[in-house]
Ligand binder design. Structure first.
Ligand code: SAM
Length: 227
């Protein structure tokens, strides 16, 4: 199989399962026109995130790594009328484009973008009600730092998803030692033996190539870990 086969495969499945979506098409066009890199989740992955958020009845979602707001919009669409999503982005330019896109999607009343280093923003968060779902998709070397704060902020029975944890099987290949690969390895090492979470890696293939999500279920009350 070639990368084109996997793109075709995604398109085939999407043609049955995903509706035409002019808003998301316009979001991707606007992101591209503003020079943002083409590194958002795929449509099928975005829908997976949305379905997951709906499945657990998420009312509060936290995202680390906004880019142009594509995954943000998928996630925010799963929220009820009184739901909220906070998304953290370092780049002012990305945040500006994301704000435009979120407004275009009619979701600005539910979504707040915090501009700054993801870890600094996470440390500022002490919500009265913990988050139901956290999606981590920013600079990979910071995975462990983000995950530690996500654990503090997510409710018992809540879910933490980390993107790009397979990386063409390079994470499992000792030949590769890039900071992005090491960031995933550090996360796996940190979680091994952690009794407060239960997790698995789901490898994916599609028009974003070979990669995977880390899906983690929190076994402890967030409030106990607040400090
Ligand atoms: N979640 C987005 C989506 O699927 O539509 C894609 C996010 S993209 C892979 C990663 C984003 O993280 C980029 O916009 C980048 O600017 C941002 N980022 C990188 N380092 C960061 C940091 N230290 N703090 C916060 N955001 C950061």
């Amino acid at each position: 199989t070639t990368p084109e086969d996997w793109t075709r495969s995604d398109q085939y499945h999407n043609s049955f399962l995903l509706a035409e979506d002019q808003i998301l098409d316009a979001v991707l066009e606007n992101s591209s026109a503003n020079g943002l890199p083409d590194i958002a989740v795929s449509a099928a992955q975005g829908k997976f995130l949305s379905l997951l958020a709906s499945s657990i009845g998420a009312k509060k979602i936290l995202e680390v790594g906004t880019l142009g707001g594509y995954s943000t919009i998928w996630l925010a669409r799963a929220l009820p009328a009184d739901g909220e999503l906070i998304t953290l982005e370092y780049s002012e330019k990305h945040a500006k484009v994301a704000q435009e896109n979120i407004e275009r999607a009619g979701l600005s009343s539910k979504v707040k973008i915090m501009v700054g280093l993801g870890h600094d923003s996470l440390l500022q968060l002490h919500p009265d009600i913990p988050f139901d779902l956290v999606f981590i998709d920013a600079d990979k070397p910071s995975n462990v730092k983000y995950f530690t704060e996500a654990k503090r902020l997510v409710r018992k029975g809540g879910v933490i998803i980390v993107d790009n944890v397979v990386r063409y099987a390079r994470v499992a290949d000792p030949e590769y030692t890039s900071p992005n690969v090491e960031g995933v390895r550090d996360l796996l090492k940190a979680i091994k033996g952690d009794t407060e979470v239960d997790a698995t890696t789901i490898a994916t293939v599609g028009d974003k190539g070979y990669d995977g999500f880390f899906v983690c279920y929190s076994e402890v009350e967030a409030s106990k870990a607040y400090g």
